[in-house]
Design a protein around this ligand. Sequence first.
Ligand code: SAM
Length: 165
Amino acid sequence: MHVFDSFAGLPPSESDYYQAGEFMGSLPEVQRNVSAFGKIEAVTFHPGFFADTLPKSDLQPMCIWMDVDLESSSRDVMTILGRLPVESCLFSHECCPEYFLPTGIAAARGPDSVMGPVLDAFRNNERDITGTFISGNTGAFWDRNRGIPVMPVNELIRIKDLVQS
Ligand SMILES: C[S@@+](CC[C@H](N)C(=O)[O-])C[C@H]1O[C@@H](n2cnc3c(N)ncnc32)[C@H](O)[C@@H]1O
């Protein structure tokens, strides 16, 4: 797992809602938590703002999990969407069920919405975006024609119950 974060909170932005520095968790604090609850040896940390760290990285992600709050940060992350295998998916922690319509993905654009850059990046990489709401604030997006759909949580729970019964 490769973790990209400023470890200094959100960057300055045009948002009236979010403040620079918000959600700051220092690198030592995050490393302590990962050591306590996970396997630190499986994680590589890339401290810095995405605009600085992502262009320097040649990572080929198998999957992207994004939790970045800002449109500008989403735009920076989406510069690597083309490196994500077309079968794979993007998870975002800034979703609500209303984004996922039978007619497609619908989400407002603005400084506090990550969805504009996601829609643009899929289109620019010739991927026909589709997706599903998962739970909480989490949604998943993939290419309608070539992507492997993410199973909704309630279906996974049904399979678990069937296997156990
Ligand atoms: C809401 S927090 C989520 C943190 C973590 N996923 C969690 O659940 O605790 C948003 C995170 O995105 C990071 N972030 C947002 N925009 C960034 C950017 N442009 N460059 C680096 N980090 C950024 C912030 O530092 C913050 O840690």
